[in-house]
Design a protein around this ligand. Sequence first.
Ligand code: FAD
Ligand code: FES
Length: 258
Amino acid sequence: MSEFQEKSRVVAVEQLADTFYRLTLSAPQIASSSQPGQFVMAACGPYLDPLLRRPFSVHRRCDTHSIQLLFRVVGRGTELLAAKRPGDVLHLIGPLGRGFDIDDADRVCLVGGGIGIAPLLFLAEELRLSQRTCTVLLGSRTAGELHQLTVEFNALGCEVEVATDDGSAGYHGLVADLLGPCLTGVKRCYACGPTPMMARTAQLCLAGRIPCQVSLEAHMACGLGACLGCTVHGTADRYLHICRQGPVLNAEEVAWNR
Ligand SMILES: Cc1cc2nc3c(=O)[nH]c(=O)nc-3n(C[C@H](O)[C@H](O)[C@H](O)COP(=O)(O)OP(=O)(O)OC[C@H]3O[C@@H](n4cnc5c(N)ncnc54)[C@H](O)[C@@H]3O)c2cc1C
Ligand code: FES
């Protein structure tokens, strides 16, 4: 597995919703070796503020030269990213971690909540390249956060259902509530989003004997396996380090009740 330290250039900045932004970055080394579910560590500021790089999923590989990051502004690092302009430099390390497994399942379901939708567009693009039937369930706070992403999943030929917290689009409630009826005939499920959403997805899939992978989040200081700060409880009393053993894990590897 190759990892690169790359000086990327900002190609475009889009504001998709109130706090949702998307950066297109020229990063040929990372673009040519990224797999869906992998992430990069980004030095968000021009100097050492903030000191630590921040982890972001590869949202999309546009071509062999460029990638996109989709992010929600939540603090200093993401504020700096949102203020980037075309031509600016962004130092990246990546691609990092274990991505999603793509097997021969011909019918799959993708479940994304909030900014957890980020890695699923890249995954859907790869799955649709090999003609898999994809149902995509997207949940967010409000319709505006989902509008552009829904268009893009639809354009890939995915069947998309949405849920919003405020009822402004689709089902008024939790995206995981949509999952049960959609699982009929599904051979594999992938999820990324808030922990309760992934836990519910895992539970339903395990009950239906459907292989399920989840992409987990943890605070990361290094992203490289050195600081041991990104720990989650695994089954069999094991600790898992999200940056190396994840961020994508099989649902049954995670101790959801710890
Ligand atoms: C593998 C991985 C992939 C990720 N992919 C994306 C992505 O594609 N898009 C995206 O918007 N975000 C993603 N994140 C989360 C992202 O890294 C954080 O939102 C970012 O580091 C916040 O930086 P900040 O300086 O803006 O906020 P900070 O000032 O560092 O924090 C602001 C608030 O966010 C909380 N926070 C920060 N990082 C995390 C975290 N990892 N988990 C839970 N809460 C956190 C802090 O506790 C604090 O309350 C990912 C995280 C991981 C581990
Ligand atoms: S983030 Fe440092 S070991 Fe995982």
